[in-house]
Write a protein that binds this ligand. Structure first.
Ligand code: ZN
Length: 261
């Protein structure tokens, strides 16, 4: 996909409406309830516990931040269906959706052999499918075009958001822990149908000898939460700078194109 950094500000202006200053981020702590996720080396502790602890820590770090609101798609140890997680982001009119997960070696790799973080965004083919789906639900061509446009812009911007999160995590955890930004190799249902830039972060490998205990430690969780919170405030800052220096935006159906200096 072509680089999208230059058009970074566009979607937030398009998706959010220029009068709404609050940058809402929806954080989805992966798994929950009977869906425990990957086991850890600590008896009775699973991926679902880590994802919730991290999400809450990020929320705590961002309390009091101006024009920033954090919505957790689950705040307790409960089972939340995938569609409800997607609704959580859309109903909050979030400008960023962050799904948090942790890994365990699989796909033929021996347990404990992998480490590092990786970030996922929806593959282009899935975005195309989603655009086709919303077009069928739209009441006319203009609405279909607008809905499709919003999804495509959000998908492009997901990559830009992923790059920012990657940069912050690599800065905190080390460049050698960076497994990259990917579009395949994980279940990404939770990113389907979201109307805002959305990423899924696999924060590290629970079955790795050193990384597993680090992820469960207070120190490790605080470091990771700080990196994620930092990325979120970076993204909010970029959006706010964009509001002060508006860029050309595409017209909504029924509106004329407006070019600002
Ligand atoms: Zn998971």
């Amino acid at each position: 996909m072509a680089p999208v950094i230059a058009t970074w500000l566009l979607p937030f202006l398009l998706l959010a409406g220029a009068d709404d200053r609050t940058f809402t981020v929806a954080i989805d702590p992966g798994h929950g309830g009977s869906n425990r996720g990957a086991p850890t080396k600590k008896e009775g502790t699973y991926e679902k516990h880590l994802t919730l602890a991290l999400a809450k820590q990020v929320q705590r770090l961002l309390v009091g931040e101006r024009d920033l609101k954090v919505v957790l798609c689950r705040g307790t140890d409960i089972l939340v269906p995938v569609r409800a997680r997607v609704r959580c982001g859309n109903q909050a009119a979030a400008r960023l959706y962050l799904s948090i997960h942790a890994n365990a070696a699989g796909g033929g790799e021996p347990p404990g052999s992998q480490r590092g973080f990786e970030i996922f965004v929806l593959p282009v083919a899935d975005v195309d499918k989603e655009v086709a789906r919303v077009a069928l639900l739209a009441k006319d061509d203009a609405e279909a075009a607008w809905a499709g446009h919003k999804l495509r812009v959000a998908a492009e911007q997901s990559l830009a958001a992923a790059r920012r999160i990657e940069w912050r995590l690599a800065d905190t955890l080390g460049r050698d822990r960076d497994r990259g930004i990917k579009q395949a190799g994980a279940t990404l249902d939770v990113l389907q149908g979201l109307e805002m830039p959305a990423v899924l972060v696999e924060i590290g490998f629970l079955d790795h000898e050193e990384e597993g205990p680090f992820l469960l430690s207070e120190e490790g969780q605080l470091a990771i939460a700080k990196a994620l919170a930092g990325a979120i405030t970076d993204l909010r800052g970029r959006e706010q700078r964009g509001r002060k220096e508006p860029m050309t935006t595409s017209p909504r159906p029924g509106q004329s194109a407006r070019k600002e200096p």
